[in-house]
Design a protein around this ligand. Structure first.
Ligand code: NAD
Length: 285
């Protein structure tokens, strides 16, 4: 008879490994850190290869097993090579965070609350649209595609069966957050439904797929404007029902839940962590 695992034991990732895209900064870096804290070996990938190596070294210096790879998620070959490199280094892959993303800007409203002349649909930049979809949606497809490939192969190679894929979506997948660019919202809504189908298809292989949908977190997104501009930060804090933007450490427990056996019965979920933004901003955007 198999023994029921203890609750905290289910969060333990000792002997496992995970790959994170967009891991040099912000939410992706928090994912890499929590994987390492829970005992996993980690590959940090980012288009900023120097930043990924800087953070991997920081984790190694703290006693964890971590490596880095320069990866632009727009490039399928680079994503595939990163997963192959991870498997070659660590024997298999248990967890993948499809996280890399950015807002190309030009929301309908400026952060100051004025109508943005470049943010209206009839003039919206096609180049910005294409960039946003390529990174935020196609980049997630590339990452999930390659994660599924190596996770399906796990078992045949004598490694553990299955795995967990976690995609970073956004509250903007659900609500019309008209301060971010319209392609960002469209891409994240696409990510949500792509996640749902991936979860459905991959369940038979023991691979779970879920998405984390953050509200406003203090990161370097948008060139870190929220870190550089205290007035903009205050304006954002005042929009959130709980009264403040989030710090990246606050995403770690949810990330670990989904990555580990603690989330073994969760798949196809789009989990909001947004300080109540889904309920509507406290002031109109
Ligand atoms: P961030 O800018 O701090 O980190 C994003 C990382 O992704 C950077 O290191 C960047 O170099 C990397 N990146 C950008 N383009 C890339 C590419 N083409 N290939 C590989 N890496 C690339 O921003 P963040 O806020 O931590 O963003 C992480 C994810 O969280 C994104 O998907 C973003 O849409 C999502 N998100 C953020 C917020 C927020 O408020 N910060 C809210 C909702 C969703």
């Amino acid at each position: 008879m198999s023994q029921t695992p203890g609750t905290l034991e289910q969060f333990d990732l000792t002997g496992r490994s995970g790959l994170v895209t967009g891991a040099a900064s912000g939410i992706g870096l928090a994912y890499a850190e929590v994987l390492a804290e829970a005992g996993a070996k980690v590959t940090l990938t980012d288009v900023d290869a120097v930043g990924a190596e800087r953070e991997a070294k920081r984790l190694r210096d703290a006693g964890h097993e971590a490596r880095a790879a320069g990866v632009d998620v727009r490039n399928l070959d680079q994503v595939a090579r990163a997963f192959d490199g991870h498997v070659a280094a660590y024997g298999g892959c248990d967890v993948a965070f499809a996280n890399a993303g950015l807002d190309v800007g030009d929301g309908f409203w400026t952060p100051e609350g004025d109508r943005n002349p470049n943010g209206q649909i009839d003039v919206y930049s096609k180049e910005k649209w294409d960039t946003s979809i390529a990174i935020n949606l196609t980049g997630v497809f590339h990452t999930v595609r390659e994660a599924a490939r190596v996770m399906k192969a796990n078992e045949k190679k004598g490694y553990r069966r299955g795995g967990s894929i976690v995609i970073t979506s956004s509250n903007a997948a659900e609500v019309n957050e008209a301060i971010v660019g319209v392609p960002y919202m469209a891409a994240k809504a696409g990510v949500k439904h792509f996640m749902r189908h991936s979860a459905y298809e991959l369940a038979a292989y023991g691979i779970r797929v879920n998405a984390i949908a953050p509200g406003p977190f203090v990161t370097n997104i948008g060139d870190g404007w929220v870190k550089k501009n205290p007035a903009a930060k205050k304006a954002w804090d005042e929009l959130v029902p709980v009264g403040r933007m989030a710090e990246t450490y606050q995403i770690k427990p949810l990330a670990l839940l989904l990555a580990s056996d603690a989330g073994s019965y969760m798949t196809g979920s789009h989990v909001m962590i947004d300080g109540g933004m889904q309920l509507g901003p406290i002031k109109p955007l």
